[in-house]
Design a protein around this ligand. Structure first.
Ligand code: FCB
Length: 460
């Protein structure tokens, strides 16, 4: 492991960037024909989101994007990962395309390219059109088919200027948090629905992959949030089995069909405890397993597991894990209560590199929430805790590269403070502070630090 005072340099071609997502920053929820999404509905459901916050205004990025792109340019970002709001493009999820919705992304892409910043598009970062949810959402196979149609429509408009396409962001969260734990939209708590959603999300990815390839896309991927899970007792066989099951539910159930041609047998057996497997049709795994060029990895914190009789397991987020204790995170913690452990990133990347060789990886999200305070001068935020977090995780990423992992880039979550889902505006992940009353942006110390990292292509 690199010593925290040692200088590190990244490969010359390493890509530096920042990430955001449509519902978290855009606002303009009613503008230019945008239809309602499941997050509009969920955030309006009493008790679901901190203090009743919604994404109605968020960072008002929809109107302020030229300034935000100017800021990205000032920071020296090579790339910017953003997501497209499906309900702007097809307000009802299917059917006619709304050209005014596409116009916004058209302008954004031109602005980025005009500043030499390469766009990375995420087609789905959780804002499903509500009309589709009304028909079953991701538990309905038709949503997967609709997703491919939508992907094609976006590509038709942006394909001449966007080179890197990713389908889904963190399908684990969409399926398990949205349909199992009920803490994300649409807020359902049904394990059968979880596993139907897993499959239809994967199928949607595969169908979109086929549609985009047919349209000529050459760089295509998906972003996942695999667990970096450890046994409490490395010598315990039961703890190792607990890790294997949780990795199955969060990692292998997605990555094996995408990168190894099919579901792992133990996961099919696990799923069949909750639902028949009829929703998995002959030929689906072939579609899901179409080659990808890039695997996006989001990493924030590790998970510790131990087998323990009577332990409740991970609840709706991990159906069927009774008898496993998800150990409370140890210090130090972020403002989310997430354990800070950079070596969890090195371990994850090296494991994935071993288990799924041949596909380049990029860190599509990494970052931390801290209770930032705007300095009384109003012009700075001294977020040294975030600088330490990023410093540690970049060194950890560098360790993985040194160990032979094909890691192509790093995107910080997030460019801006934003709507942190069920936590609303209460959690700040940005390297740029957002004053939500005035919409003023104030680059934090971490933004200046990151600017230097990019300039030097490393840390001193
Ligand atoms: C990830 C999400 C992203 C953000 C971070 C903190 O799970 O992809 O939108 O909320 O967590």
């Amino acid at each position: 492991m690199t010593n925290s005072s040692e200088a590190v340099r990244f490969p010359d071609s390493f890509i530096w960037g920042a990430a955001t997502a449509s519902y978290q920053i855009e606002g303009a929820a009613q503008d230019d024909g945008r239809g309602p999404s499941i997050w509009d509905t969920f955030s309006r459901t009493p008790g679901k989101v901190h203090a009743g916050h919604t994404g109605d205004v968020a960072c008002d990025h929809y109107h302020r994007y030229p300034d935000d792109v100017a800021l990205m340019s000032e920071l020296g970002l090579h790339t910017y990962r953003f997501s497209i709001a499906w309900p702007r493009i097809q307000p009802d999820g299917t059917g006619p395309v709304n050209p005014r919705g596409l116009d916004f992304y058209d302008r954004l892409v031109d602005e980025l390219r005009g500043r030499g910043i390469e766009p990375i598009v995420t087609l789905y970062h959780w804002d499903l059109p509500q009309t589709l949810e009304d028909r079953g959402g991701w538990t309905n196979r038709e949503t997967a088919e609709a997703f491919a149609e939508y992907a094609r429509a976006v590509h038709t408009r942006l394909g001449d200027r966007v080179n890197t396409w990713t389908t889904l962001n963190e399908p684990w969260c969409s399926a398990y948090l949205g349909y199992g734990a009920g803490v994300h939209a649409p807020g359902r708590t049904d394990p059968a629905a979880v596993f139907q959603a897993v499959h239809h999300l994967l199928l949607g990815h595969g169908l979109a992959n086929q549609a985009l390839r047919a349209a000529g896309v050459s760089t295509l991927g998906i972003t996942v949030n695999p667990t970096s899970a450890f046994p409490v007792d490395p010598a315990s066989e039961a703890d190792a089995e607990a890790v294997h099951l949780v990795e199955g539910l969060q990692n292998r159930i997605f990555l094996d069909p995408i990168l190894r041609g099919g579901y792992p047998a133990d996961m099919l057996a696990h799923v069949s405890r909750f639902t028949s497997l009829e929703h998995i049709r002959d030929g689906d795994e072939k579609i899901i397993g179409e080659p990808i060029d890039l695997l996006g990895i989001n990493y924030y914190s590790p998970t510790y597991l131990t087998a323990s009789d009577g332990a409740p397991g991970g609840g709706g987020a991990f159906p069927g894990t009774e008898g496993i204790e998800f150990v409370a995170p140890a210090q130090p913690l972020t403002d989310m209560g997430w354990q800070i452990q950079p070596s969890g990133l090195t371990a994850l990347l090296t494991k994935l590199g071993r288990d799924y060789p041949g596909v380049p990886m990029i860190i599509t999200e990494n970052g931390a929430a801290f209770p930032d305070q705007l300095h009384p001068d109003g012009d700075r935020v001294e977020d040294t805790d975030r600088v330490d977090y990023l410093d540690g995780h970049l060194r950890a990423a560098h360790d993985a590269i040194a160990a032979g992992v094909d890691l192509r880039g790093y995107l910080v979550w997030s460019l801006l403070d934003n709507f942190e889902w069920a936590y609303g505006y209460d959690k700040r992940f940005g390297i740029v502070y957002v004053d939500y009353l005035t919409q003023r942006r104030v680059p934090k110390a971490s933004a200046r630090w990151y600017q230097e990292v990019i300039r030097r292509n490393g840390i001193d």
